[in-house]
Design a protein. Structure first.
Length: 480
């Protein structure tokens, strides 16, 4: 089943032929295949967060961190299947009722997460999920800006982090004006090359340093460390998944493309986090950006710039759905691009201000992950899927049915898994994770203030070090 009807073919001799420039543009930007979905998933699911994951694993300990990451991956792939099923169910019903296409036979509106939730569970669920998704997108976009500033500061001490945040914020805001996900193909490829290089560069540097005795046996030191670390290492974002499916010609291939993309992502989550914790256990515990631990070198400079490029791309991937939501809120989503794009400026400005006001890299990642991802990636898909298919008639007419062995006893295994996921992620990650992340954010604000010039900055060698009892400087030489 196709998402969109094919556009009419040109019949004129001059317009039927595609110029060389048009072909290049189409090749680099027109992304609607399963391969494009795979690229987008692999690019959107991992980026700046890979730089904070060694710190998150240090908070948990290597053994516990691996378990948390794998459990979250399995649970996330399951709930992604549920979410894809709900999307296809909505699409199938609307096509049958004639509500999927407009009068001209085309769809001009992007289908988003909150609209699928609202279609199946009513307007209250639509608005609740929309608010949660907005929180996630704002947090993710902010983290991209802060990460770029932190990365640059790790190799250049000529200015403080606030200066780099202002500069990179201005650069990234430009990418909030990319029209749709069908314009990301070539920059997705470039970004993926960057994350792959950075991952294995970090593994190589850690291996060169060697293993610190006792590093593998370390575990979390407190409940706060456990839940803050699990919030990042156990995250699994679904907030922009349905926009990816919506951009595909054939959304029935979405689940396979998403799973393949996530398997690639898994190779970029664990190796460098484990290696860094074996080599630098104390340093990665203290620093939330792994670049602050690795000594400067030409390969590191290349990794920093690769990651900055990826973060620019990721900012676009996460800001575009946020802009779609804003356009629908002010009712201009069906207008031409030259009307819609300038009206995105207020949201771009808001993201800019937040990133400069709260430059606490690790805390931002744990806070938005705890507030949004347990709900959007785990709780909402399980709850709405269980609600939609609660009756035998709905299960028999489902657009995409679960595996046969899961349909035993009227889908009882499906519902049992869903209830278990709802309980675990609501209590553990959303409840305790949010509480401890807010506590950590308050501590950061009290220590550094809003619009802090520097956070976890390198201590100046010109200033005498305080006595150990003051506990103001970490063993790595970074002021806290």
């Amino acid at each position: 089943m196709q998402i969109d009807k094919a556009a009419p073919k040109s019949t004129g001799g001059g317009t039927a032929r595609m110029s060389c420039m048009q072909f290049v543009i189409k090749l680099c930007t027109e992304g609607h295949t399963a391969w494009d979905c795979l690229l987008t998933v692999a690019c959107a699911q991992i980026g700046q967060v890979m730089l904070v994951m060694p710190h998150s694993m240090a908070l948990l300990g290597i053994k516990v961190g691996i378990v948390v990451a794998l459990v979250a991956a399995i649970g996330g792939l399951w709930t992604m299947y549920l979410l894809a099923s709900l999307y296809l169910e909505m699409k199938t019903r609307l096509i049958k009722s004639g509500g999927w296409y407009d009068a001209s036979g085309k769809r001009r509106q992007v289908t988003q997460y909150h609209e699928v939730m609202g279609f199946h569970a009513g307007p209250v669920m639509k608005y609740v999920s929309q608010i949660v998704i907005a929180v996630h997108l704002v947090g993710t976009c902010t983290a991209q800006v802060v990460a770029c500033a932190s990365n640059n500061y790790s190799i250049t001490l000529t200015h403080d982090k606030r200066f780099f945040t202002l500069v990179w914020g201005a650069v990234l805001m430009c990418f909030s004006f990319v029209p749709t996900f069908r314009h990301f193909r070539i920059i997705n490829i470039i970004a993926l090359i960057g994350t792959a290089y950075t991952e294995w560069f970090l593994v190589a540097v850690s291996a060169q340093n060697g293993i610190t005795p006792g590093a593998i046996d370390r575990s979390y030191r407190s409940a706060e460390d456990f839940f803050i670390g699990a919030a990042v290492l156990g995250q699994f974002g679904h907030s922009i998944a349905l926009e990816m499916a919506d951009a595909m010609r054939n959304a029935w291939h979405f689940q396979a493309a998403y799973t393949a993309g996530w398997l690639w992502v898994l190779t970029l989550i664990l190796p460098h986090s484990i290696a860094a914790n074996l080599a630098f256990p104390d340093q990665v515990y203290e620093q939330d950006n792994i670049f602050n631990v690795i000594p400067n070198s030409p390969p590191k400079y290349l990794a920093v710039w690769f990651m900055n490029i990826h973060q620019v791309v990721a900012f676009g991937l996460y800001s575009v759905p946020l802009m779609f939501m804003w356009e629908k809120l002010i009712r201009v989503h069906s207008k031409p691009w030259y009307i819609r794009l300038p009206l995105r400026l207020p949201i771009s400005g808001l993201l800019y201000v937040i990133s400069v006001a709260f430059p606490f890299y690790g805390t931002i990642n744990s806070l938005y992950s705890s507030l949004s991802e347990p709900l959007t990636a785990f709780v909402f898909p399980c709850a709405v899927y269980t609600w939609v298919y609660r009756t035998r008639a709905a299960r028999e007419q489902a657009a995409m049915k679960p595996f046969k062995w899961l349909r035993l006893w009227s889908w009882s295994p499906v519902f049992a898994v869903n209830v278990g996921i709802i309980l675990v992620w609501t209590i553990a990650q959303f409840g305790f994770g949010t509480y401890f992340s807010i506590v950590r954010m308050i501590q950061n604000v009290n220590s550094f203030g809003v619009f802090a010039a520097c956070y976890q900055c390198k201590a100046s060698s010109a200033v005498a070090a305080p006595p150990p009892a003051a506990n103001l400087t970490l063993s790595t030489g970074y002021a806290v």
